[in-house]
Structure formats: structure tokens, C-alpha cells
Design a binder for this molecule. Structure first.
Ligand SMILES: C[S@@+](CC[C@H](N)C(=O)[O-])C[C@H]1O[C@@H](n2cnc3c(N)ncnc32)[C@H](O)[C@@H]1O
Length: 246
């Protein structure tokens, strides 16, 4: 999968992404990303990318023409790719959206800075706005990196263990069960005995129940839309869960 990040701060993107699993996936060719520097599309000796807002007020606004031109370059490098503007005004990004985007071959991620983009750039070249949540960042670069990270790990070949993304929190509507590793006991405490039993059915049952317990404790709201069977319901009822009936 190929991501093109259109930004005034390419180095921010490179420094955030070039580590660990994503770095290895890029080296192995399962993932590509590149940046397009909006500054290179600015005119004049000072290559000015922003200007004061019409109507007054503080902050600077990113000029429309360089953004439109930089996105056109990105579209040339990834024909047909959707253009996503990272914005606090966008639809909240979540795991379901990550899974949807992971079905694309390429994506163009447009980052704002300062007060954001001149509205005409948004109208001219943005297909969709995505938000990381109801808070305001200084720029879209870290948000773009979050989207790239969450989407990439769903692509085959990016994670070492193909199974692990499928069991992560949210993939089945629940939070994941707890994890333990060596040593089995020590000053940190003891690992639950079932995990050392070699009884795979019992381990699966324990994991399902601990996943339900985690979800009930930390995000009970998720339970109303999760697929639950009668054993799940009985276990949750034992924890004090009251199913909402409408
Ligand atoms: C300071 S913000 C601009 C906020 C804008 N003035 C507003 O109130 O809607 C600068 C840039 O950061 C990015 N950004 C800020 N908050 C974000 C969020 N919650 N999710 C995604 N991107 C965000 C956007 O690209 C935005 O253009």
C-alpha cells in the first residue's frame, strides 16, 4: 500500500514513521510512503505558504494555490487515490475506518497547519475529512502518521504475526484479553495457571471471558453492539452487566 503525505513539514512525517515494524515493512516492500512538500509549490523568493486571514483575527491560513498544486502532484503519483484531509472537523477515525481504508491501494493524506487550509483548497481537492478526536493539534502530520500506522498494520505482510491484528481490541467489537510473558512467576506476581496448562480450549475460553471482563470494566458501551452468545451473556451477567433492552 502506498501513502502520500502532503505537508509543510515532511521531516516530521519521516521521523515519526521510520522505525520498528513500519520501517521493516517499508524495507521489505509491503509498504510505501512518500511526502510532498507544499513549500515546493509556493511562489516567490520567500516561498510563502500562509497568510493572514481575511476578516482579521489571529493565526495564519495556508494559501489555497500551493496546496492544490501539491495535491495535484500527489494525484499524479497515485492516480485514483482518495484525498483525506486530517482535520478536527472530520469524521472520527476508528478501527472500522482503518479497516475500510486498508482496502485501498493508495491514499493521499493532506496535513493542515496554523489555522488550517484556505477553504477553497478544501473545496477543490479534498474527498473526505478525518479527525483523531475532539481536540486540536498544531498540525495534521502526527494525525496522518497515526492513520498510516493503524491502516498499515492491517495489511498482509506488515505485522510479523498475521494473526495478531485480527485479535486486537475493536476487531470483534470487544477489548482484547490481557497478555503475559516470561517469567511465569516472580516478584511481579503469577501468570494465570490456565495459560500454562496447554489446554487450548480452556485458554480460548479464558481469553474470551477476560476480553469480556476488560470491555465491561473499561468500555461497557461497546457491549451493546458486540456479537455476544448466551455464554458471553451469562458471564457478563455474573459481573453485574445489565443488558439494555429497547
Ligand atoms: C490548529 S489546527 C486548525 C484548527 C482549525 N482552526 C479549527 O478550529 O478547526 C491545524 C491543523 O492540525 C490538524 N488537526 C488539528 N486537530 C486535529 C484532529 N483532531 N484530527 C486531525 N487533524 C487535526 C489539521 O490538519 C489542521 O488543519
Amino acid at each position: 500500500m502506498k501513502f502520500i503525505v502532503v505537508t509543510l513539514f515532511p521531516e516530521l512525517v519521516e521521523s515519526a514513521l521510520g522505525h520498528s515494524i513500519l520501517k521493516q515493512a517499508r524495507a521489505a516492500g509491503s509498504l510505501q510512503w512518500q511526502t510532498i512538500d507544499i513549500r515546493q509549490h509556493c511562489e516567490g523568493r520567500h516561498k510563502q505558504a500562509d497568510d493572514a486571514p481575511f476578516g482579521g483575527g489571529g493565526g495564519m491560513v495556508m494559501k489555497a494555490a500551493p496546496v492544490i498544486s501539491a495535491v495535484a502532484e500527489a494525484k499524479g503519483a497515485a492516480p485514483g487515490a482518495k484525498v483525506i484531509y486530517l482535520s478536527p472537523q472530520g469524521r472520527p477515525f476508528d478501527q472500522a475506518k482503518a479497516a475500510e481504508l486498508a482496502r485501498s491501494e493508495s491514499l493521499i493524506l493532506l496535513c493542515g497547519h496554523y489555522e488550517g487550509l484556505d477553504e477553497r483548497a478544501l473545496q477543490a481537492c479534498v474527498d473526505e475529512e478525518l479527525s483523531l478526536g475532539d481536540f486540536v493539534l498544531t498540525g495534521g502530520e502526527l494525525a496522518a502518521c497515526v492513520v498510516i500506522d493503524a491502516v498499515s498494520r492491517l495489511k498482509p505482510g506488515v505485522l510479523g504475526n498475521e494473526a495478531s491484528a485480527g485479535q486486537d481490541s475493536f476487531s470483534n467489537g470487544l477489548l482484547e484479553h490481557p497478555h503475559y510473558t516470561r517469567p511465569a512467576e516472580g516478584p511481579e506476581g503469577q501468570v494465570p495457571a490456565v495459560l500454562l496448562s496447554g489446554d487450548h480450549a480452556a485458554i480460548e475460553r479464558w481469553r474470551r471471558q477476560e476480553s469480556l471482563r476488560n470491555t465491561f470494566k473499561k468500555r461497557p458501551g461497546l457491549l451493546s453492539s458486540a456479537a455476544l452468545d448466551k455464554n458471553d451473556r451469562a458471564f457478563l451477567n455474573g459481573l453485574g452487566w445489565k443488558e439494555e433492552t429497547s
